[in-house]
Design a binder for this molecule. Sequence first.
Ligand code: KG4
Ligand code: ZN
Length: 338
Amino acid sequence: MSTYILGIESSCDDTSAAVLKNTQLLSNVIANQDVHKMYGGVVPELASRAHQQNIIPVVDYALSKAKIKKNQLSAIAFTRGPGLLGSLLVGTSFAKSFSLGLGIPMVEVDHLKAHILSHFIRDEEGMDKPKFPFLCLTVSGGHTQIVKVESATTMTVIGKTIDDAAGEAFDKVAKIMGLPYPGGPEIDKLAKIGDPHAFTFPASSMKGLDFSFSGLKTSFLYFLRDNLKIDDNFIDNNKADLSASIQYTIIKMLLNKLKRAAKETGIKEIAIAGGVSANSGLRSSLISLADEQGWKTFIPEFQFTTDNAAMIAIAGYFKFLNGEFATQDVVPYARSRF
Ligand code: KG4
Ligand code: ZN
């Protein structure tokens, strides 16, 4: 018998619902919240209000695109954390009432584990998936981690950022340059026509497998301040080269640690996940490094890089198979728990 899972994602500023039939994707609907653009970042209170407005139409659309009725669902999976508490509460409360109303179990999902498990969503025949154990570099707006993935439910963080996340670093330097939010995709676009060696920024190296990106942002800020004293139009005249150079540095910092993690663990199955895994420079640099290191790499489809409910549904599917269900007193958590 097939298992139908409805996934709900509301941890930040995207309201998303998806339906899976076992591991097969039937629908994945994402409502972005444009309201944050004018503030240059996500405003938590506005995010939770927008989730409240979006959630019912988004779920309705996901079910109709999947061509299934709600009483066919086996379970509802929702993001419990980490993320913005107000936003998470909308998805969690929706899941509780839907589960009660339909008399089906609900499954709580960790957003970061879900990013990693997006590699197991099937929307085409014959797709290759990573074999356990594999390493995953999870790079998003809120997190940067190297995770050793032993199974769909057993994962260990072996390296992480001690301050800003990689996506945050992209967004912050973009904001300094006056680019729209979120800055990561803007930097990516400009970097394609810039010279990555035009400017040099210090790639700080933490001990072990940890990362630190806050120094990079500060040195970028000082570099611009000094150059703007000489040329008022320094940013406008050098946008592409600045983007390419900063992107080059962030990628170098990420891949140096990933290389070290692969050496230390002896693991050669390497995946990336999270919003920053959409970055074209990171994707191509990883492919070159994999060639050199003899790695087998797994790069997610674009639709599964940034926040989406398909990844929540697949993570929920694995827990559903294990009979790991949440109860009605479950509450969201803001900070990472693993
Ligand atoms: O995974 P995600 O959608 O949300 C979180 O869980 O944080 O990641 C969003 C982050 C943002 O910081 C955004 O700027 C970054 O992913 N991002 C990118 C690209 N696309 C999204 N960063 C660099 N290059 C991209 N193409
Ligand atoms: Zn995310």
